[in-house]
Design a protein around this ligand. Structure first.
Ligand code: CP
Ligand code: NVA
Length: 310
């Protein structure tokens, strides 16, 4: 299959416009209500789902979601392909584009997915890079929207805010018009360029971002409280990171500062007893398993939307 029009990619959260993000979230809610009503990949059209890092949720939700859309998924670990022997991502993209309707990839540096996208003639979807986890944020927003209006709702994000989940939370929630409070030590705060991009977005959406080193200040009165692993895939300095982030653990005492009806999110996998306690993960505010489920619905909507745009 050879396409001529340039494909639309989803490499980071703001590759969708604010209106497109809302459209995908609306479609995700409809797909959740009626999972088999949207045969966007009937044919079946094939989608390659490539992993250069481990995964449970992303792997299963894409594989199952593609089937529910009437398509065929080819889920592969890069190490078992010629990528593992050094074939370039550019050449790989050009070959896969001849077989599939979209390429989903989880990899390390964003330069790698950008090279893949630059050489692909089909849509490329970021299934997590070091810089971004935009599919996760679609599911996170879908989960919040099941409880509260997105616009004007506050979200506290605790811990490591300088990596994929922190960056995507800042950008995707700003796009949704939310008020983001980052609670993180100085070395774990989002990069200035991420905050500058959020400020641009917030000028249009009415959202905001506040960054503080004080976890209580971040959480005070928050409608949503979210966190992520302190040691992400590919990171080596785990002891130092755990020591520096201990004060940001999402435990019952910290959560008590949030709104009474606050909901708790975690993209999972959780490191129980590190960034989040059992009490909070399994407590009445937790929506982490709804959030994991919503990966399926949000990604189906994203794929259907991307393919419709071609
Ligand atoms: N949240 C998330 O992306 O989970 P996996 O690493 O299991 O895919
Ligand atoms: N920040 C985590 C997210 C896992 C889904 C990581 O990159 O390992």
């Amino acid at each position: 299959m050879k396409h001529t029009a340039p494909p639309k990619h989803f490499l980071k959260d703001d590759d969708l416009t604010v209106a497109q993000q809302a459209e995908v979230l609306d479609l995700a809610a409809k797909m959740k209500a009626d999972p088999y009503a949207y045969p966007a990949l009937a044919g079946p059209k094939s989608v390659a789902v490539v992993f250069e890092k481990p995964s449970t949720r992303t792997r299963l939700s894409f594989d199952i979601g593609i089937a529910e859309l009437g398509g065929h998924s080819v889920v592969i670990d890069a190490q078992s392909t010629q990528l593992g022997r050094g074939e370039t991502v550019g050449d790989t993209a050009r070959v896969l584009s001849r077989y599939v309707s979209a390429i989903v990839i989880r990899t390390f540096g964003d330069d790698r997915i950008e090279e893949l996208a630059a050489n692909a003639s089909v849509p490329v979807v970021n299934a997590l890079t070091d810089g971004w986890h935009p599919c996760q944020l679609l599911a996170d927003l879908q989960t919040v929207a099941e409880h509260k209006p997105l616009k004007g709702t506050s979200i506290a994000y605790l811990g490591d805010a300088a990596f994929n989940m922190g960056n995507s939370t800042v950008i995707a929630c700003s796009m949704a018009g939310m008020h983001v409070r980052i609670g993180a030590p100085e070395d774990y705060q989002p990069a200035p360029e991420v905050l500058a991009r959020a400020a641009e977005i917030n000028a249009a959406t009415g959202g905001s971002v506040v960054v503080t080193e004080d976890p209580v200040e971040a959480v005070a009165g928050a409608d949503v409280v979210s966190t992520d692993a302190w040691v992400s895939m590919g990171m080596a300095d785990s002891e130092k990171r755990i020591e520096e982030l201990t004060r940001y653990q999402l435990n019952g005492e910290l959560l008590a500062h949030a709104a009474d009806d606050a909901i708790v999110l975690h993209c999972l996998p959780a490191h129980r007893g590190e960034e989040i306690t059992d009490e909070v993960m399994d407590g009445p505010h937790s929506r982490v398993f709804d959030q994991a489920e919503n990966r399926l619905h949000a990604q189906k909507a994203l794929l259907a939307w991307l393919l419709r745009e071609r």
